[in-house]
Design a protein around this ligand. Sequence first.
Ligand SMILES: [Zn+2]
Length: 341
Amino acid sequence: MSEPEQRQSHLRLRPGAAVYEISSDEVQISFPNYTVTFTSPVVTAGVLAILAAVGSGAERSEVVPPAAAAADLDPAVIEYLIESLLGSSCLALGRPEVTGPLHEFHAYVSDSPDDLADRLAAARCVLLQPAGDPGGLADALRGLDLRVDIVEAAPGAATAPIIGALAEALESSTVLGCWNLPYRSPFARQVNELALAGTVPVLFGSCEGVVGRVGPFVIPQNTACLECLNQRLLTHAGGPELRAYQQYRLHNDEVVPPVWPMHPLFVRAVAGLFAVELLEVAIGRPSVTSGGFVEYRIGDGAAERHSVVRVPGCNACRPQSPRRVAWDVRLPAPAVKGAAE
Ligand SMILES: [Zn+2]
């Protein structure tokens, strides 16, 4: 049997399960976020026999015969109950090849065999962030078995060499994390443009005063970009705010902007949420920040997701291509006045 087939046929109880035998016709399997209840004497006996045969993990072919014998049921019924246990997220597929809190968590939430270790090994992450690790992000990512190359940007430094180093690092990477550059800064715009020019997706995140944001996750040629988000945020801005925005860009052109004031603990919290999201996109799990961002405000105690749709004519992600004309367009010769008759 090949390795993927082995993973598909190896059964184990999902981490976090507690099995409660309520009575001879009811058994409950309870997890942190959900509880599954099986009823009727036949189903209860079958489920308990399957759980006993699975133990700490077993091949499906080794589970069916002993469970059928113990519960005195047809093997087809046991097969059906195994499918029910898989469908209701009580059993998981795959061997726990690597252990640790992150692998336990993924075995709990994942619907596929535990291939987290493979996904982590394949991911190559580049993280661009201000020098000094504000928010302790490098610290948070350490120890995840995720390869992260960190590019630091010291406030006040010229951006050109940093963009050059970033471009080089991106050649061998699968995802870029851009942390704590003010979204409106010319430097963030340069990073956005660099990512859009290639194929590596980029997750933006930052803490700006009382607001923390995770996202957008920009997939080149696919989703709205950071400039689309900036333009959307400015939609309702008045003239004075637009002028201040332009002044900010002028004053911070070609240099790494200063980090804005932020609560030292709030920034750690948002950095942690950014790290969770960066890990999710690095291992290819569905992302809530693709085509949007999640905003956290200090003092509000709530997170809100905002969608960002592409801005028609965004000069970052919609390069001005030649205007298309219909195939049967007529282009009459211009009439030149004053030409010799
Ligand atoms: Zn755009």
